[in-house]
Design a protein around this ligand. Structure first.
Ligand SMILES: NC(=O)c1ccc[n+]([C@@H]2O[C@H](COP(=O)([O-])OP(=O)(O)OC[C@H]3O[C@@H](n4cnc5c(N)ncnc54)[C@H](O)[C@@H]3O)[C@@H](O)[C@H]2O)c1
Length: 272
């Protein structure tokens, strides 16, 4: 290993966590801080832990995103986009935060990320069926800017549905596509797809789908993940230890996908 290679440490690294108030974003911010990073945060809720700086921004609003981006002082060696809305919110707001803002923030901060830096986004195991909607997703991704994405979603309400599953599918495809486009700049882009995780979002999923049904999807580990169990893999993906990992969707589901791929878990039976 070369001496300049930082491995899994974040010493002397400046990190931006978008969606730092709670859940996986809060966990990631605290983990990379413990690994030596100077951590800057963005959210629409004020976090109750210390950060090098905090910028308030409602990611549903193009105007707020633009002023947040113009106020940021780079460089950021590492950027985590952890913000997200569950399907208990209006579908168009879900698409704004989970897709339009993802693209605006990733592309807005990328010029502040030096060569060797990395960006990660959070998708979901709910988005793993992305290949069934490649045409629609590519069409959405060909739109121009925040407003272009929102307009496309308004015109394709049937495809968007409740916004959540489709938004997570879009994130996976966007990650693969955009990673190739920015590779030349020496910046890596990856995403994770968590299974059910015990964060403040979980009661909202339970209210919608029922706690019993969600429990069936816990898989071989027979429990939900903890926020840190997403924060540590995210910290790995943006670290120098993952310097050749690019355009990748890391599924973190305790083995649920492995069960469905090998026939050990029958999703249709779980839903019956
Ligand atoms: N919890 C799960 O089971 C689960 C599973 C798969 C994927 N995810 C995804 O993980 C990501 C993180 O969610 P979480 O589970 O940690 O829940 P969470 O609700 O604790 O975190 C979401 C964060 O996004 C911020 N946020 C939401 N809307 C915002 C807005 N308009 N402007 C600015 N910030 C906003 C929240 O304040 C919060 O800090 C989300 O994208 C979610 O969809 C969650």
């Amino acid at each position: 290993m070369s001496e300049e290679h930082g491995g899994f440490r974040y010493d002397d690294k400046r990190v931006l966590v978008v969606g730092c108030y709670s859940g996986m974003g809060e966990s990631t911010a605290k983990i990379v801080h413990s690994l030596g990073a100077e951590v800057h945060g963005v959210d629409y809720k004020d976090p109750d832990f210390e950060l090098a700086s905090f910028t308030s921004c409602d990611l549903r609003s193009k105007g707020e995103i633009e002023s947040m981006l113009s106020s940021l002082q780079g460089p950021f060696d590492s950027v985590f986009y952890c913000a997200g809305l569950p399907p208990t919110h209006p579908a168009i707001d879900v698409m704004r935060v989970n897709v339009a803002a993802v693209r605006a923030v990733v592309e807005g901060v990328q010029p502040l990320v030096p060569r060797g830096g990395a960006i990660s986004i959070i998708s979901s195991t709910g988005g793993l069926g992305f290949f069934q909607h490649m045409q629609e997703i590519m069409e959405l991704l060909s739109t121009d800017g925040f407003d272009g994405a929102v307009e496309w979603c308004e015109q394709h309400a049937d495809t968007v549905a409740d916004g959540y599953v489709f938004s997570k599918e879009v994130i996976i495809v966007y990650t693969m596509k955009r990673a190739l486009e920015i590779a030349e700049a020496g910046v890596r882009l990856n995403c994770i797809s968590p299974g059910p995780t015990q964060t403040p979002m979980m009661p909202e999923f339970e209210a919608m789908s029922g706690a019993e049904l969600l429990q069936k999807f816990e898989g071989p580990m027979k429990r939900k993940a903890l926020p840190d169990e997403m924060g540590w893999p995210l910290a790995f993906l943006n670290s120098d230890a993952a310097s050749f990992v690019n355009g990748f969707n890391l599924v973190i589901d305790g083995g649920f996908l492995a069960g469905t791929m090998t026939g050990a878990i029958d999703v249709a039976a779980l839903l019956a």
